[in-house]
Design a protein around this ligand. Sequence first.
Ligand SMILES: Nc1ncnc2c1ncn2[C@@H]1O[C@H](COP(=O)(O)OP(=O)(O)O)[C@@H](O)[C@H]1O
Ligand SMILES: [Mg+2]
Length: 336
Amino acid sequence: MEIKIIRPRARSDESKTGTITEKGEVTPGKALTIFTGLEKKKEKACGMDGDNNEKISEILGELDDLIGLQTVKKLIYEIRAFVEIQRRRQQEKLISEPMTLHMIFKGNPGTGKTTVARIIGRLFKEMNILSKGHLVEVERADLVGEYIGHTAQKTRDQLKKSFGGILFIDEAYSLARGGEKDFGKEAIDVLVKAMEDHKDNLILILAGYKAEMNDFIKTNPGLKSRFPIHIDFPDYSVRELLEIAKLMLTKRQYTLSPAAGEALKRVLELQTGKGNEHSGNARLVRNLIEKAIRKQAVRLINKKEITREDLIQITEEDVEEAREQLLRAYYRQYQL
Ligand SMILES: Nc1ncnc2c1ncn2[C@@H]1O[C@H](COP(=O)(O)OP(=O)(O)O)[C@@H](O)[C@H]1O
Ligand SMILES: [Mg+2]
């Protein structure tokens, strides 16, 4: 896999494309400047103690603790280093690279897009790129209204909430689906304008399925230069999903019995793999675990003596019952 950082276009025809390979090597494009308003802000924070390094390490530690996502983690480390070094170069009055940090996240549901976006927001706050670093997560219905003027108002309201942080638009391509007359287009226009007007304190992340997102970018060429950072979120392997399950349970002070672990593995093997883009990845795991915790409670409530061990352990039976209930709901939702 290759992750591309495409720099904003200048007027000349030089290639502005820099590439980061999987190994983490950076092949810079030829672009030099075109600064965004972000710089002014950073200049203020240029002092050696401008950043809160302890907090930054803590946040990067949280990123590290996520299971898998190696390429995503590497890219975020790179973005962090890149921003920091450009800032130092500025201090030394050296030419610095452009710093457009809007992003596109591609991946199936439950692959960690929202989780990573939240971490990036907090990281950027500590790096003084964003003043608040919070995440406002929206979808088409939050932006698009029902009559003329309604959409601009709704979109502006969401933008207002996200100033100082990240506006995360899930299934962003649905804004472009309805054609010329659709209000989605109006929402896009308002968003683009806000990106220009508030570029020093707002980051947009467009997220969604990979194929749909690629089409969206292809049919809207302006997006490529406005969203230079593209991150792919691959589906998790069964092994990773099991690790995620264990992590989620440990955090809640539960454990899986060995048989429950096997049962969970069987469910995950059945639910993942090709053609299962609705399977839910880590979200399926979370739902299974939350259901299993409830099933355990029901199983225990009428037991005469409940030991500490009982309270902690999730059994095979709990997992099986959780699976049945959940799959029924899933099949209904996707009419499988
Ligand atoms: N790599 C991971 N390690 C641990 N937990 C994860 C990981 N990826 C996702 N999760 C958890 O799975 C759930 C769904 O993730 P989310 O970020 O909402 O996915 P998406 O936004 O891609 O649909 C969340 O509860 C999140 O904490
Ligand atoms: Mg999400």
